[in-house]
Write a protein that binds this ligand. Sequence first.
Ligand code: PLP
Length: 465
Amino acid sequence: MTQAINSLYRQLPSIDKLLQEPGIIPLVESHGQTRVVDMLREMQEQARFNIRNHQTLPEWSDNWAASLNNRIKQEQTSALKPVLNLSGTVLHTNLGRALLAESAIEAVTQAMRSPVTLEYSLDGAGRGHRDRALADLLCTLTGAEDACIVNNNAAAVLLVLATVAQGKQVVVSRGELVEIGGAFRVPDVMEQAGCRLVEVGTTNRTHLKDYQQAINPETGLLMKVHTSNYSIEGFTAEVSGEELAKLGMGVQIPTAIDLGSGSMIDMTQYGLPAEPMPGEYLRQGIDLVTFSGDKLLGGPQAGIIVGRKKWIDAIQRHPLKRALRADKMTLAALEATLRLYQHPEQLHQKLPTLRLLTRPQSEIHDMAQQLLPRVRAYYGEKFIVRDEPCHSQIGSGSLPVDRLPSWALTFTAIDGRGSTLEKLAHQWRNLHNPVIGRLYDGRLWLDLRCLEDGSALLRSLLPSL
Ligand SMILES: *Cc1c(COP(=O)(O)O)cnc(C)c1O
């Protein structure tokens, strides 16, 4: 036994010998001696482990060069791999939410390549603050007095709370104490901002008098949170932004609304469900409104705070602003995105988020019918492939109950096994250009709403093309 094992150990080639192998020499040239030697050492370790624990050489050890090549390739695949999002969720948080408009992409590249006037005024007036130009644009679009941009909306909420109500009480309805996914829970953010949460009302009904009764000398803020990712139906009541603003003004306590998604334009003009608009709340007298840059707005990840100048000034001066501020690439992308809103007639073509959300079902159906024969010819042996109507979701917590009619290619396993479908989904996730579908109701669905180039799907799914 030990003899057999010793002979296995002896079969392991030395690093020096491996470095002379014809298959490995070019890898040293392209990736460098250090990296190759490190990886070969690691492989030797693995091989020894295998001998020790399984009394065999690992399978790959009959071709070290090929295995090394694979390992290098695998290490090199980007952590941010482009995929085809056919999951049916347009603003998919785990897939990076909004796709940027071409003009935003250009603006980012330019800001990356060249110094930019980020905090520099060309008229010699000295250092301005980095949100200035965008704040002016946001004021024009929303009617706000001023604005502030940070890294994301969670940061925006944190900064508003820390600036306006640190060490004070913040009154929120019990029906609005939401968790957004990830680690954003309204009560936790309050705590981090140093505020004391005062819950009022009940889960399903909160009235103005609930807020009124909670107000005392310790109250620092009256707040509403848009319950973006769920809805309560039935016997419900909530206090509107307008009522809350009036109450706040009456008792001289500031008011804020976290909209989550929010929209700069009326979504109903595109046949989409109504989504609250920041400008509306400001007109009703709410002091501060926060929303995301990469949800319905269709821009880069960012948090936007719009509202009263007095509060925005204080927010801009808060030390946390320095830690949460947006970088030049974000600001460049956001500016270009916002500029598209100045030309609303073209918005539904130029802004990918809106373009995908407003894609007519008939157009998606045409695409499904075009793709179907070739996909069926390829997968038809093991799967029943059909085109079927389905419903897309907007995603990212926007408009959770509303679904957009769409079309999908669906795959049902002929052997009737769930594991066959799971294997297919797994196989697609591991393609060079991964395809992300959705397992639902015993089928694998590829919702084609977000597929603008059908040939890209064929190139991925039919590898022989
Ligand atoms: C999405 C959302 C957030 C968090 O926004 P991010 O931009 O993801 O940080 C906060 N509040 C509400 C209501 C949301 O919907």
